[in-house]
Design a binder for this molecule. Structure first.
Ligand SMILES: C[S@@+](CC[C@H](N)C(=O)[O-])C[C@H]1O[C@@H](n2cnc3c(N)ncnc32)[C@H](O)[C@@H]1O
Length: 409
């Protein structure tokens, strides 16, 4: 949530700073460099506002009775915590995933950002918290412990001890349900979680990604009925390794008990990724689709997007959608856009459609994202008359971003 917010802060700063209207727009939304660099004329400046979506202040998902918040506030945080906007997560003390427990509707960083922008003359700063619970539609979780007592979660800060987070309040509820199902499968089939010290075990990580784009449901029902693409990171070289029977058994268990024909109908698909390295890199290079639908679609920024498990996807689907819709207001019709750190090109492609861009060049270093980009392009409406391309290149190399701008002109 906060990376999206920060990104839009940077975006708006740069919008204000570069008031000269030009044809070219450079967009960057990289993890290490959350920077949007646009030289366009912004719409009339609204007031600084803190907008809280109605869905953000409803009660947290009823996974369990909320635990009494136990972390004390710092002496500087004098206002009493707003209970409607507190995390109420039983894992907050031990899990490193969330850094804010109270005032989620307006965290301290928003005041800092407001001050910062005011100081540099930016009047067009808004904050939208979007959902406060159940917003995380993508999670990479470590699998440790034993087959009788599997732990699935994040590392405790500064350690490699995995904290089990079955009631995570940030996760979309379908992720927590799929994790529970996975645990049952691990225990029932005696799957060995990975042991980092020994380099043994079968299952290292799981990536859970939720699609909220089931068009067979009314729009109001789609988010809560999100389905999970489960990617099992398996400790073997490939699907022919000796432990692959166990992998297939686990995939079948998940599909039988969570797939389209099951009562819960929770799982979109099951994938395997093969990783044997002893370093901390989660995914290996080899991916296999095992069960369920191969293609995974989401709808953000006015377009349908395809996301393979190997491609980067934003975790907060709703906030990303809000951000894209905000961004669109700043990009003049017919612009030429270079989308740096593009992943599957979602930002650039959303602009291609909604702003009728003359051209969109997506620049990305991970070749795995290209297929998702191509599938998304195939589904763009016919009326899109942009020159659209995706380039495998290192954006950080001096000259590369400019090269792509020269290329479009
Ligand atoms: C935070 S993701 C954002 C992706 C996309 N803009 C989106 O919002 O879905 C950052 C992306 O930058 C890519 N990346 C990281 N370093 C890069 C580099 N030096 N050159 C190009 N792409 C890079 C990553 O592979 C990843 O897909």
């Amino acid at each position: 949530m906060f990376s999206s917010v920060l990104c839009s802060c940077f975006l708006i700063l740069f919008l204000e700073k570069h008031k000269i209207e030009t044809r070219f727009i450079l967009l960057s939304y990289g993890g290490a460099m959350p920077l949007c660099f646009l030289s366009v004329r912004p719409p009339p400046p609204p007031l600084i506002t803190c907008h809280v979506s109605p869905s953000a202040v409803r009660a947290p998902p009823a996974v369990s009775a909320p635990a009494a918040p136990s972390r004390s506030l710092s002496p500087n945080a004098t206002p009493p915590p707003s209970l409607t906007c507190a995390l109420h997560c039983p894992h907050f003390e031990s899990c490193s995933g969330c850094t804010h427990e109270f005032n989620l509707h307006r965290p301290v960083i928003v005041d800092e950002a407001t001050e910062f922008f005011k100081a540099v003359g930016v009047s067009d700063f808004t904050f939208d918290s979007c959902k406060l619970w159940g917003w995380r539609c993508r999670a990479k979780l470590a699998v440790r412990g034993s087959s009788e007592n599997p732990l699935i979660g994040l590392y405790q800060e500064g350690t490699h001890n995995v904290v089990d987070i079955p009631q995570c309040k940030a996760h979309h509820p379908s992720i927590n349900a799929a994790v529970e199902l996975l645990k049952q499968g691990i225990t029932e089939l005696s799957i060995e979680p990975y042991d980092e010290d020994e380099g043994t075990g079968d299952l290292r990580y799981v990536q859970m990604a939720v699609t909220t784009h089931d068009t067979s449901l009314p729009a109001s029902e789609r988010y809560k009925n999100g389905k999970v693409q489960v990617a099992l990171v398996w400790h073997s070289r490939n699907e022919n390794s000796p432990n692959s029977e166990k992998l297939n058994a686990l995939a079948n268990f998940i599909w039988r008990n969570g797939g389209t024909r099951s009562k819960v109908n929770l799982v979109h698909s099951v994938w395997a990724n093969f990783q044997t390295s002893t370093n901390n890199i989660i995914f290996g290079n080899r991916w296999r689709h095992l069960l369920g639908e191969r293609d995974f679609w989401e709808h953000v920024g006015g377009i349908d997007i395809s996301l393979a498990p190997s491609s980067f996807g934003q975790a907060n689907t709703r906030a990303f959608d809000t951000l894209l819709r905000k961004l669109q207001r700043y990009v003049p019709q017919g612009s030429s856009v270079a989308d740096l750190y593009a992943g599957a090109g979602v930002i650039g492609l959303s602009l291609a459609v909604t702003r009728k861009c003359r051209s969109v060049r997506c620049i990305e270093i991970n070749k795995e994202s290209k297929l998702s980009f191509e599938k998304t392009v195939d589904r763009l409406p016919n009326l899109v008359d942009s020159s659209i391309s995706w380039h495998l290149a290192d954006t950080s190399k001096v000259g590369n971003p400019l090269k792509f701008l020269m290329y479009v002109s």
